[in-house]
Design a protein around this ligand. Structure first.
Ligand SMILES: [Fe+2]
Length: 224
């Protein structure tokens, strides 16, 4: 059983600002994954929604009309995507952030700043980020500045768009089809975490369909 880890639970009401102040105990990995850390006070909730199929600029929101939002619970249940929240200004002294790294075995971290000015080969990199792919490991991103979209496939192969901004930490599981896009601000700065020596290699669709990691992911999601 985990000790008390949260001051404020911020889940469910996507797209809203609200205040909850409670103290709860996380009993399982799922609890830990679904609870937000260190978010006392008003919390800007991460939002996720089903995407339209328009060919408009990928940096637009691509919401359905009317929008269909996806809660954090659904995001975890349908896709295995985990979301947490930490203060990006104080993460270095944040005990919970350190505990997360220890518990999940994140031994590597670096910074990645995505903008035309800072990222070499910017246009090609953005194209690659937005090509549907899997990885053989989790993709962990903690947003320090800026915004972006992680698009993930649900079990019915529909795209869910997860909007991330400062303080958001997202864990995209190994084997899930996903892609990344900047929004129209064209800027994000993230901390990348990894277990062991980093492997950033994407395995694109459809070539990844038979990959053992993809098969393992599908089996895991079916058994949930
Ligand atoms: Fe990726």
């Amino acid at each position: 059983m985990y000790r008390k880890i949260i001051d404020c639970v911020c889940k469910a009401n996507f797209g809203e600002y609200y205040q909850t102040k409670s103290s709860q105990t996380a009993n399982t990995d799922t609890d830990l994954a679904l609870q937000s850390h260190h978010a006392v006070g008003y919390c800007k909730m991460v939002r996720a929604w089903y995407m339209d199929d328009s060919n408009a600029d990928q940096r637009e929101t691509h919401m359905l009309d009317p929008p269909v939002f996806v809660s954090l619970d659904e995001l975890f249940e349908k896709c295995g995507v985990e979301y947490m929240k930490f203060n990006a200004d104080t993460w270095e002294t944040n005990v919970e952030f350190a505990e997360l790294r220890k518990k999940r075995g994140y031994t590597y971290e670096d910074l990645c700043e995505i903008s035309r000015e800072t990222l070499p080969d910017y246009d090609n990199k953005l194209k690659n980020f937005y090509t549907e792919h899997i990885h053989s490991d989790e993709e962990i991103r903690f947003v320090l500045e800026g915004c972006g979209y992680f698009d993930v496939r649900d079990s019915d192969d529909r795209w869910i768009r997860v909007e991330v901004s400062k303080d958001d930490l997202i864990i995209v599981p190994a084997g899930i089809y996903h892609r990344f896009s900047l929004n129209t601000d064209n800027y994000i700065k993230v901390k990348r975490l990894f277990v062991g020596e980093p492997v950033w290699t994407p395995i694109n669709r459809p070539g990844a369909d038979d990959h053992p990691v993809r098969q393992e992911y599908l089996k895991r999601m079916q058994s949930c």
